[in-house]
Design a protein around this ligand. Sequence first.
Ligand SMILES: [Zn+2]
Length: 173
Amino acid sequence: MTMAAFSYAYSEAGISNATEKLCFMAVGDCTDEEGYSHVTPSFIAAVACCDVASVPVHLASLSAQGHIDVVGGSFRDSLVIRVTEIARQYEATPRVKIVSKAVPRRIRDAVYERDGYACVYCGEETDDFSRSLDHVMPQSRGGEHTVDNLVVCCRRCNSAKRDRTPEEMGWHL
Ligand SMILES: [Zn+2]
């Protein structure tokens, strides 16, 4: 999610409750290319200036309004949230250029096999849910859907890396 796309989606979301709005911002600010966000309840509480115990209530409200779906993780440590509202508007709006196209399956499978289904940055074994593909040279900077430019990356590392190169992150392949 680029900042421009996020700002647009955020301004259009129309969330009236101020604390919920900040919770949504905390979640939305951490989304990866596919609209998934890995955040801790304490991070959300810090951004929204609210009690961490109230975070589940705010997220339930945002979910009921169709802005997000809590799809994994736990309220004790880290949550996995799909930002439905952002993803929908991001795809629908003609004001935002969509750079992501699906990686062809044969390329995807070749990368998975080469990297042994483990995140190349942190080494974590990935499953169907936690696995994503990272463009070593980001798409937004001209990186292509090629086996040489793609690596297996856990969603956590992908969220952190965004549109930077491994060198810029101080990471090694
Ligand atoms: Zn990782």
